[in-house]
Every structure is written in structure tokens, then in C-alpha cells.
Design a protein around this ligand. Structure first.
Ligand code: NAD
Length: 478
């Protein structure tokens, strides 16, 4: 086992191109969820730190916003090149902070941010920033100073999905990463520094959401907030930002449906669906947590799901045998165990798993991979985001019923449809009110727009759609 052994202390913030001390003296402890030990510390920033970072970003905007797209593409390519040299460091750090098994972290937690930064030069090359409309020249300009506020579950991916397109658009950035998994953001700051980005274009301030986060959202000189996190925090940010009509993009929670139609390959659909629910111990905003199956095939689906769940060996993220690491924190563990108990209390059928700690774990925030069946839409476990490896199988009577159930939550982030007939699957997918729907297990595409309907937020990230988020439109009447 090769976990990060020493306590990684990052005692400075990256502001105006320099590593400087916070104006406060407190630090945030970062806890390794597998060992329950403090593995790192970062500054608990203050509103004064935010003022400095915003001033630096505002000053840098004057020149950065005037660079050509070719110049910005070179910088983004240079950042990607730096990230490429830090892949193992990023994967190890995030497996230690978040608990995702290392081999998955290499692919997802380290691989996706590299792809996102690396995709920017080609996206910029194909983006037209000017268009003639009759007698007008319509120009796309960077929004301005952007505050990026991010969560812990795919920490660097979520950062990259904001910072890379914001920089590519010509915006300058203040990043506030999650205090739960902030260490990876320091690796990005080092990569950006090594890439030679002009001072103040990218700034990093760590701290509490209620202090540093709200100071960024409320700051007069911040033009836009790009937020990923819980719906609760998203609502608060929307309220604060509305005070000065700030632009806001919100990527929030989900309770995503996976509709298995009666002509689907049940074995494949259920096995894949369990994996899409349990990835990162269920701590995935787009996790397919509600499996909607034909009532006549419920018993078979339960058997297949139980068998699939057994393959999710719980254990140390740094062991090759582990498929399910710990939950990120003790608080998260208590929340997830609470939901499992609630599922039992509300009358769902426990197919496998449960609220007791998994066998063989004496330390670490581990939970059993859990499958419920006979779930109905009125149950809490069918409505609320659990953020743990807990699958709810919901039976339906016919296609209309399946679509009704799929749309029967306040969320609208992702979804899946399985059918032997791809045209039928697409027809059903179009009726699901979510920002993404994968068909027969279609793979995640880092260039396709990602984002939510309803309480899952608004705005889209990734690819050219992600870049457009950070642009203003101006008409020059000629
Ligand atoms: P969270 O909302 O607690 O925190 C997210 C970030 O917001 C953190 O940096 C936090 O410090 C900050 N924050 C919290 N309150 C704030 C406030 N009042 N003002 C400003 N900033 C504030 O979420 P989390 O626990 O870190 O992440 C899990 C949640 O994120 C889940 O609900 C998940 O579904 C969601 N999520 C959504 C997506 C998506 O793209 N839709 C992706 C990943 C995670």
C-alpha cells in the first residue's frame, strides 16, 4: 500500500501569480477516509484573501481578455502538458482525499482534467468569436472575472470543467475548491504557474463555503459564478448572486433514472446499471440511482443486481482488489447509513447490503454496497440524493409508467435507457427531462454538454458548450 504517508501541508494561497500567506491563521484539516487520519492541511482563507484575489483577477483581465485565441490556446496546451507530468501525483492525492480506488482515479480523477485542458486548443480553433448579422458585427467577449466554486467528489475534473473553458474564453478566475478534497487544486495551481500563465489570471483561495465562498459570490468585482455542488448551496448562491444580477451557472445534485425497457438484454442492463450507481462509492452527481424495471422481470433483475453488487469488493483504495473505497467522510457515512435504515423503515425490500459496516473493516468510512427493490416513488430513497452505493429498483407496468416514474423527482441531471431497439430507446430518452441520457450504456463523452434540468441546475459544461458559458454577446451596429 502506497498511501500519502506524511501530512501534506500547503500553507500558502496562490494570488496574483505568487504564493502568499492567508490573512487568517486557521488551517483546514484534510482527512483520509480510509485511515481516518489527517493527511493534509490547507489555509482557511478569509474575505480579505478574496479581496486580494479578486483585485488580482480584475487587473489581469485587462490584458488577458485582449489576447488572441491562439495565444490562449498555447497556454492551455502548456497547462495540459504540465498536468500530464503530474498524473500519478494527482491520482494518488485524490485516492487519498476522496477514497476512490487508485486504478479508477488514474483514469477518471487524473485523466479527465488532462483531457479537458487538452481539448481547449481544438475547441478554440473551431470557435468563431465574430459573426456578421445584417448590418451588425456580433462579437463574443469574455464575461469577466469568474468565481469557480467546486465540490469534492471528482474534485479536479469539476475544477477543470470550469477553469479550462473560463481561461480559454479570456476570463480570469478565482477558484475555491472544496475543503474536503483541496490538495489536488494545489497541484493544478503549480501546473498553471509552471506553464507561465500571466500573474492574476488564475488565483486559488481555499476556505469555508460560508465565508470564502460567499465572499466570492457577493463580491462586486466578480462578474460570474460557476458552481458545482449541492442543490442546497446552489440555491443560496443563486439568492446572493441575484443581489447584483451576477451571471450564475449551477451544476447541482441528481437522482438519475435508468429505464430498462422490456426488450432489453436484462443481464447486461442491470449489471451495467449497478456499476453506474456504485462508481466512486455512489458519490457521483450523475449516478444512475433509480433502476426502473418491468414488473414482470423484477425477480430476475434483483438476482442479477445482487450478483453484480457482490463484485464490488469493499476495501483500501490502494489495494488492487478494491472496487469500492470508503465514503469521503464520517458525516457522509452517517447520512448514507441513515438512508439505508430509512429504506428499510419505509418498506423497501433489502436485496443485499445494509446499514451495518461491511465485514473485515475496522477503520475507514466504509459502507456495504446496497440494493433495494420494490421501491416506490413516494419513498425517501426514491426521491433524495443519497450519495452512497445504494441502488433503488423500482418496478413499472408499461412504457408510459416507466417514463412517468423516470421524471418523478425534482432532479434532472442524467439518465439511461436500455432497449433491444435503439430507435425505441431514443424515443424514450427524448421524453426524460434530464441533461444527459445514455443509451444501452453509451460511454461518457468529455466533449458532450453536461448539466441539469429542474433542481439539477442550469448551464452546461464541457466541450464547446462549456466555453460558451463564459462568453458575453455584443452587437456592433455598423
Ligand atoms: P456542497 O454544496 O456542500 O459544496 C460545494 C462547494 O460549495 C464547496 O466548495 C463548498 O465549500 C461551497 N459552498 C458551500 N456552501 C456555500 C455557500 N453558501 N456559498 C458559497 N459556496 C458554498 O457540495 P459537496 O458536498 O462538496 O458536493 C456534493 C454535491 O455536489 C452533491 O449534491 C452532488 O450531486 C453535487 N455535484 C453535482 C455535480 C454536477 O455537475 N451537477 C457534480 C458533482 C457533484
Amino acid at each position: 500500500m502506497t498511501q500519502v504517508a506524511d501530512v501534506a501541508t500547503r500553507d500558502k494561497l496562490f494570488i496574483g501569480g505568487k504564493w502568499i500567506e492567508s490573512s487568517g491563521s486557521k488551517m483546514i484539516d484534510v482527512v483520509n477516509p480510509a485511515t481516518e487520519e489527517v493527511m493534509g492541511r490547507v489555509p482557511e482563507g478569509t474575505p480579505e484573501d478574496v479581496d486580494k484575489a479578486v483585485a488580482a483577477a480584475k487587473a489581469a483581465f485587462e490584458t488577458w481578455s485582449q489576447t488572441t485565441k491562439e495565444e490562449r490556446a498555447k497556454y492551455l496546451q502548456a497547462i495540459a502538458a504540465q498536468l500530464a507530468t503530474r498524473q500519478e501525483d494527482i491520482a494518488t492525492t485524490i485516492s487519498s482525499e476522496v477514497g476512490m480506488p487508485l486504478k479508477l482515479s488514474r483514469m477518471i480523477q487524473a485523466g479527465l482534467p488532462l483531457m479537458t485542458f487538452g481539448s481547449m486548443p481544438a475547441i478554440l480553433a473551431s470557435t468563431e468569436f465574430e459573426e456578421q448579422v445584417g448590418s451588425s458585427l456580433v462579437v463574443k467577449e469574455p464575461v469577466g472575472v469568474v468565481g469557480c466554486i467546486t465540490p469534492w467528489n471528482y474534485p479536479l475534473h469539476q475544477i477543470a470543467a470550469k477553469v479550462a473553458p473560463a481561461l480559454a474564453a479570456g476570463c480570469t478566475v478565482i477558484l475555491k475548491p472544496s475543503g474536503v478534497a483541496p490538495l489536488n487544486a494545489f497541484i493544478l495551481a503549480e501546473a498553471i504557474e509552471a506553464a507561465g500563465l500571466p500573474a492574476g489570471v488564475f488565483n486559488l483561495v481555499t476556505g469555508a463555503g460560508s465565508v470564502v465562498g460567499e465572499a466570492i459570490v457577493s463580491h462586486d468585482d466578480v462578474d460570474m459564478i460557476s458552481f458545482t455542488g449541492s442543490t442546497r448551496a446552489g440555491k443560496r448562491i443563486g439568492e446572493l448572486a441575484s443581489q447584483d444580477i451576477k451571471r450564475v451557472a449551477l451544476e447541482l445534485g441528481g437522482k438519475s433514472p435508468n429505464v430498462i425497457l422490456d426488450d432489453a438484454d436484462l443481464e447486461r442492463a442491470v449489471t451495467d446499471g449497478v456499476a453506474k450507481c456504485f462508481l466512486n462509492s455512489g458519490q457521483t452527481c450523475s449516478a444512475l440511482t433509480r433502476m426502473i424495471v418491468p414488473r414482470s422481470r423484477l425477480a430476475d433483475a434483483e438476482k442479477i443486481a445482487a450478483k453484480a453488487a457482490e463484485t464490488f469488493t469493499v476495501g483500501d483504495p490502494f489495494s488492487d482488489d478494491s472496487r469500492l473505497g470508503p465514503l469521503v467522510s464520517e458525516a457522509q457515512l452517517e447520512i448514507v447509513r441513515g438512508y439505508i435504515k430509512k429504506g428499510v423503515d419505509e418498506g423497501a425490500k433489502l436485496v443485499t447490503g445494509g446499514a451495518e459496516p461491511p465485514q473485515g473493516t475496522s477503520k475507514g468510512y466504509y459502507v456495504q454496497p446496497t440494493v433495494f427493490s420494490d421501491v416506490t416513488s413516494d419513498m425517501t430513497i426514491a426521491q433524495e440524493e443519497i450519495f452512497g452505493p445504494v441502488l433503488a429498483i423500482i418496478p413499472y407496468d408499461d412504457e408510459e409508467d416507466a417514463i412517468r416514474i423516470a421524471n418523478d423527482t425534482v432532479y434532472g441531471l442524467a439518465g439511461g435507457v436500455w432497449s433491444g431497439d435503439p430507435e425505441r430507446a431514443k424515443r424514450v430518452a427524448r421524453r426524460i427531462r434530464t441533461g444527459q441520457v445514455e443509451i444501452n450504456g453509451g460511454a461518457f463523452n468529455v466533449m458532450a454538454p453536461f448539466g441539469g434540468y429542474k433542481h439539477s441546475g442550469h448551464g452546461r459544461e464541457l466541450g464547446k458548450f462549456g466555453l460558451e458559458e463564459f462568453l458575453e454577446t455584443k452587437s456592433l451596429q455598423l
